[in-house]
Design a protein around this ligand. Structure first.
Ligand SMILES: NC(=O)c1ccc[n+]([C@@H]2O[C@H](COP(=O)([O-])OP(=O)(O)OC[C@H]3O[C@@H](n4cnc5c(N)ncnc54)[C@H](O)[C@@H]3O)[C@@H](O)[C@H]2O)c1
Ligand SMILES: CC(C)[C@H](C(=O)O)[C@@H](O)C(=O)O
Ligand SMILES: [Mg+2]
Length: 365
């Protein structure tokens, strides 16, 4: 198939991990006879430096015309002055809003080879398989903001329609998985959370085969660490989802491991690892590219409908996590390039094993 992919490497380690993810997509194209074209654009701090804007019009226009968008990370100390008029993160938020990608899927699994890195020893970590569905285009991130000399506000606003579309997406995903949905809110305090809970309760009867539970976000933060194996799909609002998924990354062993897919109503999606620009390691070539490469797998699955190819990339990444090389955040000494090259070889192995075995079929892994 033909697909046009816009890449937005961004800042810090963003370009380092995005290059690895693009290499994986190029390997998939080569081994499965697809034609993927790539077009790189600016976003974030590098875009501010070049044009004064965190999301230049040319970048947004290119994303709107693409089949999928692959993003690295934005931000860094150079642009983090709290009094700055323009910030890299505004570019990312504007892009998510403009693409209408309201459902941010963030899967969490714990690779058996990394279980020793997890803070949990008492849980069967191999049973951990959680899909977070984070609302991505509403809440405090997008509400009105005010600032006076000695006070500031961030309005947290949700409409029923905004809640309903992401909750329906989460129910549908629960149906494809283990039929269990946990809705996380702060309904004991926040009006937006009471509306959120009302919407979940109203919709639930349409999905009788899905068991629903409500959990307050503070206790959820604790339960995620003590009983992660009991969760299937977890749906929550924007800010809670941001925080809980970095916590989830600690369970997996590193923030560098987790991917994400941001989806709207169409096929086009925005794919990015959940981590940031990691200024403390940027430029050293040691960033873990796993989250970015698994985001590329999600791109193949959700925007291009290439499930077998997605599974091939996931199997290749899993193979390399098991056998190395690994980056130092996950206990290894390998650099980004070494991990990338090992994954590329594993993709080739999987693809060619399959072709030899099935004489031209396309399954892999
Ligand atoms: N999607 C995004 O673009 C995104 C996401 C989160 C943070 N940010 C931005 O990134 C900047 C830095 O934020 P932060 O330091 O709080 O979070 P961060 O995710 O950049 O880094 C947190 C810690 O995790 C480590 N880490 C992150 N990614 C890694 C990887 N791939 N491999 C190995 N280690 C990795 C870092 O070295 C650091 O120690 C901020 O400007 C923030 O706004 C951007
Ligand atoms: C950089 C920032 C705006 C972003 C968010 O909070 O959504 C990041 O933390 C993420 O998780 O993608
Ligand atoms: Mg975050």
């Amino acid at each position: 198939m033909k697909a046009h992919i816009v890449t937005l490497p961004g800042d810090g380690v963003g370009p380092e991990v995005t290059a690895a993810a693009v290499a994986v997509l190029q390997a998939v194209a080569e081994h499965y006879d697809h034609q993927f074209t790539f077009e790189e654009h600016l976003i974030g701090g590098c875009a501010i430096d070049a044009s004064g804007e965190p999301l230049p019009a040319a970048s947004l226009e290119a994303c709107k015309k693409a089949d999928a968008v692959l993003l690295g990370a934005v931000g860094g100390p150079k642009w983090s002055d709290p009094n700055a008029k323009v910030r890299p993160e505004q570019g990312l938020l504007a892009l998510r809003a403009a693409l209408g990608v309201y459902a941010n899927l963030r899967p969490l699994q714990v690779h058996p080879a990394l279980a020793n890195l997890s803070p949990l020893k008492n849980e069967k970590l191999k049973d951990v398989d959680v899909l977070f569905v984070r609302e991505l285009t509403g809440g405090a991130y997008f509400g009105a903001k005010t600032r006076t000399a000695d006070a500031a506000t961030d309005e947290c606003r949700y409409t029923e329609a905004e809640i309903e579309r992401v909750v329906r997406r989460a129910f549908a995903l629960a149906r494809e998985r283990r039929h269990h949905l946990t809705s996380v809110d702060k309904a004991n305090v926040l009006e937006t959370s009471r509306l959120w809970r009302n919407v979940v309760q109203r919709i639930a009867p349409e999905y009788r085969d899905v068991k629903v539970e409500h959990q307050l976000v503070d206790s959820m933060a604790m339960l995620l660490l003590t009983q992660p194996g009991r969760y299937d799909v977890v749906v929550t609002e924007n800010l809670f989802g941001d925080i809980l998924t970095d916590e989830a990354a600690a369970l997996a062993g590193s923030l560098g491991l987790l991917p994400s897919a941001s989806l709207g109503d169409g096929k086009r999606g925005l794919y990015e690892p959940i981590h940031g620009s990691a200024p403390d390691i940027a430029g050293q070539g040691v960033a873990n590219p796993t989250g970015a490469m698994l985001s590329a797998a999600m791109l193949l699955r959700h925007s291009l409908g290439l499930e077998e190819e997605a599974q091939c990339v996931e199997a290749a990444v899993s193979h390399v996590l098991a056998h190395g090389p690994r980056t130092r955040d996950v206990g290894g000494q390998g650099n980004t390039a070494a991990v990338r090259d090992a994954v590329l070889m594993a993709v080739e192995d999987h693809a060619s094993t399959h072709h030899a075995f099935f004489a031209g079929g396309r399954a892999c892994g």
